[in-house]
Design a protein around this ligand. Structure first.
Ligand SMILES: [Mn+2]
Length: 437
């Protein structure tokens, strides 16, 4: 099976993004964005390469050893890409190199140059500009070259770029819908092959196999935690088996043309939730639905977290897990007793990065207002680790971890769940688990 990703971003949209950036920065400025470094695993073996998300956003240039510069002197945009020069010896071993000419003919840029000319060229360019924007820390060699010739303040272009990236265009939303649908299918397939004794790695393999079959890749390392491992928030060893009547928590999503999806589902590998698992699952699902409902344009970021937290705090009292008043359970600043069991945020922005730019609660501030075009995840959870000595819970809940996560597009007409095709009711899940055996 193959899926054609025909929803790519057009050349004019990339130029539009560059123009938008140029209009938001100070006059007579130069913006410099180095691409991520390729990273060595050992000797001549490298880790899979992923370009810098800002580079993808502005040009979709995916080769390492490259730098983007955008100037707005004289009110005109001049976008230059410095890239690896052609090199037949290297290309025989490592694959074709596009080179400056290929880049100029096929990528959304105004001019190109060899990366070997970067220092000479940038020295002259810096002298002609009054302001410099640079993403520092991506490539220290580039940072050092710049600091040789620029002794004034260095501004951060992410201030402008993050604001732009946080509102998704129609083409970006289409890519994220494709990613959401591939990830949903992967979760359903993994549910269908689940059985008592299944290896966490088998579920991981099924999911990653589906991503690859669909010409996509992980947007982060999959979390497949069975039994007590479901209570480790970023567990990713995935090397144990899941026993009879245990839950498995699977947090896995793919990316398509750089755009991420992020789904978590939790299911009983034996096909039936026990009563205790059902108690916790139903409560987390109620919290999730309530938080999704709070994803309204104009509403502050904190509202979705508040909505999930209120349901969980009340539910924990009703189940006899918390023996305190509701006020103590929820806390003055959403920091009450319930945080022992729900210790992370309710969601994050999603886009080119799985934890995308532009969102979140900053300290005590309520965070940004939700706006149409933002995509956020909603992912409340409850975790009762058997190994924790600092908490006590009724024995029947010990070792249970449940998280449910969907990707939500904010629109004028309310939340649109991009991952809605991924089943999450108890009845749906029970009917799918084991159905492919
Ligand atoms: Mn997430």
């Amino acid at each position: 099976m193959t899926i054609m990703h025909d929803t790519v971003v057009s050349e004019s949209e990339y130029f539009q993004r560059q123009d938008d950036l140029v209009s938001k920065i100070l006059p007579n400025s130069l913006v410099i964005i180095p691409n991520n470094l390729a990273s060595v695993r050992s000797n001549d073996t490298k880790y899979p390469y992923r370009a810098n998300s800002y580079m993808i956003y502005l040009t979709n240039w995916l080769e390492p050893s490259s730098v983007l510069s955008i100037s707005n002197s004289d009110g005109l945009r001049e976008t230059t890409l410095y890239v690896k020069p052609r090199d037949i010896e290297k290309e025989i071993w490592e694959g074709r190199i596009i080179g400056p000419e290929g880049a100029l003919s096929n990528w959304p840029i105004d001019s190109s140059n060899s990366i070997l000319e970067f220092e000479n060229s940038i020295k002259n360019l810096l002298a002609k500009h009054s302001n410099l924007y640079l993403i520092v820390g991506v490539d220290s060699e580039i940072d050092n070259i710049i600091k040789k010739y620029w002794h004034k303040e260095i501004l951060d272009p992410r201030v402008q770029l993050d604001e732009m990236r946080s509102i998704k265009s129609e083409s970006e939303i289409k890519l994220m819908k494709t990613a959401s649908s591939i990830s949903s299918d992967a979760h359903v397939k993994a549910m269908a092959i689940s059985r008592p004794g299944i290896g966490e790695w088998e579920i991981q393999a099924s999911i990653e196999g589906h991503f690859t079959m669909c010409r996509s890749t992980n947007s982060y390392n999959p979390i497949v935690g069975g039994g007590d491992n479901s209570t480790i928030l970023h567990y990713s060893t995935n090397l144990e088996t899941v026993g009879e009547n245990e839950l498995v928590l699977v947090d896995a999503g793919c990316e398509v043309n750089g755009y991420a999806s992020d789904i978590t589902r939790t299911w009983p590998v034996s096909g039936k939730f026990t009563q205790s698992q059902r108690d916790i699952y139903e409560l987390v699902l109620e919290a999730e639905l309530s938080a999704i409902e709070a994803c309204q344009a104009g509403s502050p970021w904190i509202n979705m977290h508040k909505a999930a937290s209120e349901v969980l705090a009340k539910g924990l009292i009703d189940l006899g897990i918390l023996n305190c008043s509701y006020e103590e359970a929820i806390g003055k600043n959403l920091d009450g007793e319930y945080r022992k069991f729900f210790m992370h945020g309710t969601g994050h922005m999603l886009g080119l990065d799985v934890h995308d730019v532009g969102g979140g609660r900053q300290g005590d501030k309520p965070g940004p207002e939700l706006a149409p075009g933002m995509v956020v995840t909603i992912e409340p959870g409850l975790y009762f680790a058997a190994w924790r000595e600092d908490i006590s819970v009724p024995q029947k809940y010990s070792g249970i971890g449940v998280r449910i996560e969907d990707d939500v597009l904010i629109t004028e007409d309310g939340p649109v769940v991009l991952t809605e095709m991924c089943p999450k009711t108890i009845d749906e899940i029970e009917s799918i688990v084991g159905s492919a055996l």
